[in-house]
Design a protein around this ligand. Structure first.
Ligand SMILES: Cc1cc2nc3c(=O)[nH]c(=O)nc-3n(C[C@H](O)[C@H](O)[C@H](O)COP(=O)(O)OP(=O)(O)OC[C@H]3O[C@@H](n4cnc5c(N)ncnc54)[C@H](O)[C@@H]3O)c2cc1C
Length: 402
């Protein structure tokens, strides 16, 4: 399959804009927002000033429906998101998660929502406001095993009543609305799944806990509880017809989201790794007379080469997954490959960066220390490394494609 290695003009513009934003409004506040355990006020101000409230720069917006490319041109929305997301993550691992907009809740509303639902839920996000959407799949007994949902939903007249709880939900407390996955009957497995948009303030919906984490501290991760939570029938994504037509419609909505977002998470890991690599490279250059060809220095340069090689490999894998998405081709295997590789790559590279700095690397005021703490989640959320490898292995022998 043909693939271009050059960034198009559009992609270059997206990268340059995101880079400017990351250099000016993200990186300078990264350490402080880690201590604040939330986005820095200057970052919030900049998001409003640059009218980013619908999430365009985050790469995880899902706002724009697929655009028809000009004749002879390929769609490149997803690759554009990738180049921007790498820059933001280079600035701070939490930047994309703190960028306003529907976040991970965007793709399911776009893929499955009716035109009225898309209009209603997406219009909540205004360019000059700082508001969020969220996506709630994970439960105490269902994360990797997504089909095992226990959050129950039952129809009562013109409302659905939800009971259950969700954990580790990004922006789960501050979100204006959350896409919530529930089941009419756990015994039905995937066929029982239904997808709702639950709005902030709905009676019976609460967020009792915000997690304290090792890394990604500036990103909110919350528990959500539904107790006889009454959701209007018109908030069932896609309407009843969607689940009648597709018996596993709810489960497919959850998984389709990941095909689009896993390459993004992968490329954010690339941004974090690149940040660590640059710190290590500058440190080595500053502290060692590399022109003296001692064995020790060869080893330092070797490590830098390995790091760069690893980063580039991960970037190409994520670009390939997004390229397939842009062509509306199946990409589940490539998407999982990019996420699995980047999740382990970023751990290797940030660890190597700390090794190169020596004890200086683990000091609290050093960005590389924060990068090492932040990176771990990139191998956990949106499916752990092990789960990505399961997805890949299922596809290795069936319909093999390059
Ligand atoms: C900071 C953060 C933000 C998050 N944001 C969100 C969010 O916005 N929305 C949301 O829905 N979820 C979110 N999550 C949850 C995350 O997606 C899950 O924690 C993750 O998918 C793992 O699922 P689990 O918690 O059920 O772990 P488990 O499934 O219990 O996994 C525990 C371990 O067992 C391994 N394992 C499980 N099953 C298998 C298997 N079959 N084969 C091999 N190994 C296996 C896993 O890889 C893992 O190492 C977030 C998590 C974190 C940490």
């Amino acid at each position: 399959m043909a693939i271009e290695f050059e960034l198009s003009k559009g992609m270059q513009t997206a990268r340059d804009m995101a880079r400017m934003f990351a250099e000016t409004y993200v990186r300078p506040y990264a350490l402080e927002s880690d201590q604040l355990c939330g986005p820095h006020p200057k970052f919030i101000e900049a998001c409003k000033q640059f009218r980013l409230g619908t999430g365009q720069l985050s790469g995880v917006d899902g706002v724009d429906a697929p655009k028809t490319p000009k004749p002879g041109k390929l769609r490149e929305t997803n690759r554009m998101r990738l180049v921007a997301a790498e820059e933001l993550a280079w600035g701070d691992a939490t930047a994309a998660l703190n960028m306003p907009g529907p976040g991970l809740g965007g793709p399911p509303v776009q893929f499955t929502g009716t035109p009225e639902q898309r209009e209603r839920f997406m219009s909540v996000f205004k360019p000059d406001e700082y508001k969020f959407g969220a996506y709630a799949l994970t439960e105490p007994d269902a994360g990797s095993d997504a089909k095992n949902l226990k959050t129950l939903c039952r129809k009562e007249g013109d409302v659905w009543v939800l009971n259950g709880s969700k954990i580790y939900i990004t922006n789960g407390k501050r979100a204006e609305w959350t896409v919530v996955f529930a089941t009419i009957d756990p015994a039905l497995g995937r066929a029982g799944h239904r997808t709702f948009v639950v709005e902030k303030g709905t009676p019976g919906f609460s967020c009792p806990k915000v997690e304290k984490k090792m890394g990604l501290r500036a990103s909110e991760t919350a528990e959500q509880v539904f107790e006889e939570c009454r959701v209007p029938a018109e908030n069932l994504l896609g309407g009843e017809a969607h689940y009648e037509a597709k018996s596993k419609g709810g489960f497919k909505t959850a998984m389709k989201t990941f095909d689009a977002t896993r390459p993004l998470v992968a490329v954010m890991a690339v941004g974090i790794a690149r940040a660590a690599y640059e710190i290590a490279r500058d440190w080595v250059q500053e502290h060692y007379a590399l022109s003296q060809h001692t064995h020790r220095y060869h080893r330092l340069v070797d490590t830098l080469c390995e790091m760069e090689h690893d980063i580039r490999t991960a970037r190409l894998l994520s670009y390939k997954a997004a390229y397939l998405l842009d062509r509306e081709l199946p990409n589940a295997k490539e998407s999982s490959m990019s996420k699995a590789y980047a999740g382990s790559m970023v751990q290797r590279v940030t660890s190597q960066a700390i090794e190169l700095l020596g004890p200086e690397g683990v000091r609290e005021h050093r960005l590389v220390e924060k990068l090492y703490r932040d990176q771990k989640v990139y191998d956990i959320f949106e499916g752990t490394g092990q789960i990505q490898r399961l997805v890949i292995s299922r596809r290795l022998f069936a319909n093999a494609r390059d």
